[in-house]
Design a protein around this ligand. Sequence first.
Ligand code: NAD
Length: 497
Amino acid sequence: MGDTKIYKNFINGRWVESGSGKTFENRNPANTDEVVGVFQKSNADDVEQALSAAAEAYKKWRLVPAPKRGELLFRVASKLWERKEEISRDMTREMGKVIAETRGDTQEAIDMTYYMAGEGRRLFGQTTPSEMPNKFNMTVRQPLGVCSFITPWNFPIAIPAWKTMPALICGNTVVIKPATDTPLSVAHMMEVFEEEGIPAGVVNMVTGSGGTVGTALINDARVRVVSFTGSTEIGRKVSEGCAPNFKHCCLEMGGKNVQIVMDDANLELAVEGALWGAFGTTGQRCTATSRLIIHEKVHDKMIAMLKAQAEKIKVGNGLDETVKMGPCINQGQLDTVLSYIDIGLKGGAELVTGGERLTGGPYDKGFFVKPTIFTGVTQKMRIWREEIFGPVLSVGTFKTFDQAIEMANDTAYGLSAAIYTQDINKAYTAMRDVYTGIFYVNAPTIGAETHLPFGGTKETGNGHREAATAALDVFSEWKSVYVDFSGKIQRAQIDNQ
Ligand code: NAD
């Protein structure tokens, strides 16, 4: 392992080795010779220690005034900002997306931290009149306790921050298990918390597999909230694990997002949007554009434009500022992408460009695949229906607006959708009728901002939203408070008749 740094778990304010005595390597997907770090392969005992620390810390943290918790988050945000370049470069090394995008990922964490820091002076409840004289009614948010987070690799610091910051400002404590492909970004977040003096046990990180660490985090009765972002398949298991003792369970899962292009669209803009939506983050975004449906009148023209532009996308190591698309995250994901390309070809779709792994020179050391576009994709085909999570765009065509809406909704998922049109009536109708959690007009399916709710319908989510003040509803519960200053018993619904 040479000089490779060994990272420990962060439990109760200390960096500690796993009791398992085992570790795992985190390798750069653009160059698998490079070991980015070595991390603890934790076991259920490690989780037990972290949960005990979080449960103990909760007793005091919940009583720290929210504006004070906010002050700490302001300092954390400012430190993340100072360390933005270092964190972003390490993130490109551990997950491959290009440096401009990892800077965006870190910025998203910073934005969320500032946003939630400000909430420390709001956390508004309601005051409302009583039906009785001399009585006062109000609602207050109360924290729940220990929160477990299980996060994916595609937004290595943004997603952990999206969960951690609202949980902390509400007065909860946290144990987080990062994805095994991207533990370094969360380790950096822990370092910042430590540097800014967060009390021991308020945030904890335990690295390791989903099966071992994830399961232990879900099953423990002390945990009151489980927030998970990842695949629908694992999300279903998480939901089942939470059900027996009624834990709050917030799930953000897969997507099969669609961009509709009407015949009056600004085609240059629509092409740019489709390329960024489909191939940004190598297509490994939950909001990635994986279905493009183009009005038949402009279909051929747009495909020619898309092909020309897609073939110019420079693929490579994301630390090179001229590179526009990095590798797939790991061998498994590369294999999945290649198998879906095969499925597309065998299913009768027409390959317009890409369709193969990039090889030769530095490409041989990474998981690179060419930006891939299929046309003639019909609604029955698997590449239309299933989430691929790679740089593969499936294109279909339509004759009427109603048909476009029907096609857009023909999916098990409901995260994000976009329409490109100059017709305001069609834009608003699509906004109303496409059943997703996020909708864009004349903008790609990716590009969420932290002060708007984030999440999806159908198999993408279970009704909760992350980000914005919506996140506070995941990490707090309402308490309704009645203060009677009449000095006598006043019976609701009885004495006021
Ligand atoms: P994944 O479901 O394989 O893993 C997510 C996390 O769950 C990881 O930390 C993993 O270790 C853990 N895990 C695995 N098995 C587990 C188990 N049995 N019990 C508990 N935890 C377990 O997903 P991934 O490959 O890391 O991420 C890609 C998926 O995430 C895609 O489907 C993508 O659409 C989705 N995603 C959704 C959003 C969203 O907000 N909707 C955002 C990003 C990614």
